[in-house]
Design a protein around this ligand. Structure first.
Ligand SMILES: *Cc1c(COP(=O)(O)O)cnc(C)c1O
Length: 398
C-alpha cells in the first residue's frame, strides 16, 4: 500500500458505537443518534452509520442530497443555511427540521398557506449564553455563539410564538448543540439546564430534546459517553418524562476521530545551517487542514535498526506541500529518521479527510482494516477526478 493513506480500524469504530449505544440504553432508552455528516462524510462511513441505525445529521442542501443518495430514511436537518428545495422536501417527509433562521419561518408560512391540510413538525434551535454558564469554555467566547434564536434577548420566544401561530406547524423539539473548547461535562449539564428552563417557562410539550454533538471519544482520561449521559439525564428528568421525550445526540468527532490513522513515509532528510529537516509524503493538510492543532498523536515505525543510528538533538518533521508551515512536529534527542521510515498519525478521523484541500496532491486512498483484513474504500484521487466537471475552454451554458 502506497503512502500516504488513511486507515480506518473498524473494530475501534465498533467499540465506540457500542459504548454510545450502551450509555443511551442505560440512561435514556428513548435516544436517537444522528451522525454528523460534516465531521466525516466518506461514503463508507455513512453506510456504516446507517447500518448502525443512526439518523443522518446534515447542515446543507448538498449534505441533505447526500443523505438521500445514501438511502437514509431518517434525516435531521440543521444549520443556518438550508436550501429551500431540500427544506420543503424534509418538511413534507416528516424529517426532523430544526429551524435556525427567520426565512425558514417564512418558508413554513408559505408552505402551510399553499397546503392548509398538512401538518409539519419542526424543532427550533436555541441560542443561549453558554459562556455565561461555563466561563471560558464556549467556542464563541465573549462574542457568543451565532446559531439559533437567542433565549436571553427574547428572540427565541418570538420565533416560538411565530411558529405556534402558523396553523399546520407543530413545534415538537428544541435543538441545543453548542461547540465548546473543552467538551466538558459542565457544558452538557448547562445544555440540559437550558432545556429544562425552556420547558418550565414556555410550557410547550416538546417531544424531543436535541443535545447536539461535541463529545470526547476514545480517550481514557476524558469523559465517556456514560458520564455525559448520566449528567444530562439527571438534569433533564427534572422537567421531562423519559418515556415521552426523545433525546437526540449528534456525535461526529467522538465516533469517527478515534479509529482513523494517517500513514506516511519519510522521503528525505536534510541538514541546513539552522535545522535538520525530515521530509515526508504526508502533509499537515491531511491531519490538520485548518492548521490549528498544537500537537498530534503519532508513532514511528523504523525501517531497520534504530540502535545503529545517530541520535539527533532536533528533527523537524515536514510534509509534501511547498508551504513552509507544513511542519508537523519536532523530534527531540531521537534516532535519525531515514527514508522509508513510517510516521503514523492516530485519531485523525474528524474534520480531516472531508476538509482537506486538493492542494498539490489529490485525495489519498482510504483503507479499512477489519479483523486483520484490509479493504480499499476510496482509491487515491488522480487527474481524472481532479478535472471532472471542469472545462478547459468556455463550454457551459449558464
Ligand atoms: C458539528 C456539529 C455536530 C458534530 O460535532 P462533533 O464535534 O463532530 O461531535 C453535531 N451537531 C451540529 C449541529 C453540528 O454543527
Amino acid at each position: 500500500m502506497k503512502t500516504p493513506y488513511y486507515l480506518i480500524h473498524k473494530e475501534v469504530l465498533d467499540e465506540g458505537m457500542e459504548k454510545l449505544k450502551q450509555a443511551a440504553a442505560d440512561y435514556w432508552p428513548n435516544t436517537v443518534i444522528g451522525y454528523s455528516f460534516k465531521t466525516n462524510s466518506l461514503p463508507w462511513v455513512l453506510r456504516y452509520m446507517k447500518a448502525q441505525g443512526c439518523y443522518a445529521e446534515v447542515v446543507s442542501e448538498d449534505e441533505y442530497a447526500l443523505a438521500e443518495y445514501m438511502g437514509y430514511e431518517n434525516i435531521i436537518y440543521n444549520g443556518p443555511v438550508k436550501g429551500r428545495d431540500s427544506f420543503e422536501r424534509a418538511c413534507r417527509k416528516g424529517q426532523i427540521v430544526n429551524i435556525d433562521a427567520d426565512r425558514e419561518i417564512r418558508w413554513l408560512q408559505e408552505l402551510c398557506a399553499a397546503q392548509p391540510d398538512r401538518t409539519i413538525r419542526v424543532g427550533i434551535r436555541v441560542n443561549f449564553d453558554l459562556e455565561g454558564m461555563c466561563p471560558g469554555e464556549a467556542s464563541g467566547g465573549e462574542e457568543g455563539g451565532r446559531f439559533g434564536f437567542n433565549y436571553e434577548n427574547g428572540s427565541f420566544q418570538k420565533a416560538l410564538e411565530k411558529l405556534q401561530a402558523i396553523s399546520g406547524v407543530q413545534t415538537e423539539g428544541i435543538h441545543l448543540h453548542c461547540s465548546s473548547k473543552t467538551r466538558s461535562l459542565k457544558i452538557y449539564e448547562a445544555i440540559a439546564r437550558m432545556a429544562c428552563r425552556i420547558q418550565t417557562e414556555f410550557r410547550t410539550e416538546f417531544k424531543y430534546i436535541d443535545a447536539g454533538g461535541g463529545y470526547f471519544g476514545g480517550l481514557a482520561n476524558k469523559p465517556q459517553y456514560a458520564d455525559y449521559l448520566r449528567i444530562m439525564t439527571a438534569v433533564l428528568k427534572e422537567a421531562y418524562d423519559p418515556d415521552r421525550t426523545t433525546l437526540i445526540l449528534e456525535p461526529g468527532t467522538s465516533l469517527i476521530c478515534p479509529p482513523v490513522e494517517y500513514v506516511t513515509s519519510v522521503t528525505d532528510r536534510k541538514e541546513t545551517s539552522r535545522n535538520y529537516f525530515v521530509t515526508t509524503d504526508g502533509s499537515r493538510i491531511h491531519v490538520d487542514p485548518l492548521m490549528t492543532k498544537k500537537s498530534y498523536f503519532y508513532h514511528i515505525e523504523s525501517r531497520g535498526q534504530e540502535g545503529q543510528r545517530d541520535r539527533l538533538k532536533k528533527q523537524v518533521i515536514c510534509g509534501f506541500t511547498c508551504m513552509e508551515n507544513d511542519r508537523l512536529f519536532e523530534l527531540k534527542d531521537a534516532p535519525a529518521l531515514e527514508e522509508g521510515d513510517r510516521i503514523i498519525y492516530e485519531k485523525v478521523g474528524a474534520y480531516t479527510m472531508c476538509l482537506s484541500p486538493l492542494f498539490i496532491g489529490y485525495f489519498p486512498a482510504v483503507y479499512v482494516e477489519d479483523q486483520g483484513k484490509i479493504f480499499c474504500v476510496r482509491q487515491k484521487w488522480g487527474v481524472n477526478e481532479y478535472v471532472q466537471k471542469s472545462a478547459e475552454e468556455a463550454a457551459f451554458h449558464i
